[in-house]
Design a protein around this ligand. Sequence first.
Ligand code: NAD
Ligand code: TYD
Length: 343
Amino acid sequence: MKTVLVTGGCGFIGSNFVRLICADPSWRVVNLDALTYAGNLENTANLPADQLRFVHGDICDRGLVEKILKEERPWAIVNFAAESHVDRSILDASPFLQTNIGGVQSLLEAARNHPVERFLHISTDEVYGDKEGKRASTEDFPLCPSSPYAATKAAADLLCFSYRRTYGLPIIVTRSSNNYGPYQFPEKLIPLLIRNGLNHLDFPIYGDGKQIRDWLYVEDNCRGILSVLEKGQMGSIYNIGAGEERTNLDVVEAICVAIADRLGIDVAALKKRIRYVTDRPGHDRRYAIDTSKVRAETGWQPSMDFAVGLKQTVDWYLDHTDWIAHVTSGEYRKYYDSVYSQA
Ligand code: NAD
Ligand code: TYD
């Protein structure tokens, strides 16, 4: 069995990745997760015990990371652990600096002392900044982050490559576009809209709603990450995206249609709940990446059409209302009020 240390494996993309690799009995995962508001042990429930060890802890705790590396001698580290939500980084950037930069440095230092074959760091297309009216970014484009979140992710990428050059660490970085699908915390656009739809709440749309994101189904991203882990070149960056560019208004309207179809209710009544609210400060109008490199070098390509993926995602949330209730029972209320009551 090949062991991988996955960090942040109880979050949205991490848990989808853990499920993907545990479907192959030749892999074993050690999942290090601090179980912040975004991490949930239920997200990896029912996986075979001999393939998954969970460690509750912080990536900033270098002693703990070194202990795990010494005990488990994993083949690779895949780092998903992060503070991941732009609006939270606008409210308070401190936890973002701590985990997204300090935590990455802790993992890099630990990997210096206990070498692994691959160190795959999960980054984002947001490091390239706003692409309105511009060409899609290839991996060599300059970094121009807009939000505190994106700035910490860009810093971490640079730190990773400094450890590659200085200490020869086997760094690979993926930068994906916006993900959607099962197990996404309902603070991000798509699950927030679906949750609000089910709870008879309004659909908050920032500014004019014409901002564009390239939506990638989470399982496509996870297959892409696995391809890069197995076939990617050391010291390389890989953009991963589906090329499914949609405005936020397109997205909210498609969600209204999917909910109306599934529940047999009037779509016009749902659409009346769309509310234009105060725009996010520094809001990027468009993200766009060129994904030729990952396609050419690993053979990966996305398989999910956005309309189909969105419908499946709406169905998943409607079938998992207990999960939504559970993950939104804690500090979610306070967060929601702090962002949306003023907007
Ligand atoms: P998420 O917020 O759903 O999950 C983050 C996970 O990391 C949680 O389980 C949390 O408990 C854990 N975590 C946070 N701080 C930690 C710490 N200090 N130590 C250990 N665990 C910690 O995030 P996500 O959406 O799954 O994103 C995963 C990665 O992918 C992040 O690095 C993010 O920047 C990147 N990314 C996300 C998207 C997206 O659309 N969600 C797009 C591109 C890149
Ligand atoms: P989000 O899911 O937060 O991802 P990101 O900001 O990392 O791209 O937001 C996606 C888009 O949706 C972004 O343009 C902001 C917008 N948005 C809203 O209009 N309303 C909302 O309530 C949220 C959370 C996001």
